[in-house]
Design a protein around this ligand. Structure first.
Ligand SMILES: [Zn+2]
Length: 117
């Protein structure tokens, strides 16, 4: 679970403890279960992405729960998902061997209107 989620849960607990209703405790318990489930799913999906993102396993570093790749310099445990996606697109562009492949990939990313041709 990320530090942001832990901070969010702690802030909710502080708020609920200051509220004298049992209903709020129930809401917090449900919210905690949902947040923990999402955090666990996030961890699992990041681990699978780290293991299967296409780089040689020799480039992967996974001691003590780390999920890093020395080839594409990505930290799958800490980097925001959007940053991972952006770097992934950059890696795809860098792997293209010909200018035709580059044009084709750029056309997919930034489609032109037919009037521009
Ligand atoms: Zn990699």
């Amino acid at each position: 679970m990320t530090e942001e989620l832990k901070d969010y849960i702690e802030s909710l607990e502080h708020y609920i403890n200051a509220t004298p209703t049992g209903q709020m405790r129930e809401v917090l318990t449900t919210a905690n279960i949902i947040i923990q489930t999402l955090g666990n799913d996030n961890d699992t999906l990041r681990r699978l992405l780290w293991l299967r993102h296409g780089c040689d396993t020799g480039a992967l570093y996974g001691d003590d729960g780390e999920m890093q790749c020395g080839h594409c310099i990505m930290d799958f445990k800490r980097m925001p998902a959007q940053e991972i996606e952006n770097r992934w697109h950059t890696m795809v562009l860098l792997k293209l061997k010909t200018s035709d492949e580059l044009k084709e990939e750029l056309n997919k990313l930034f489609p032109k209107d037919s009037d521009d041709n």
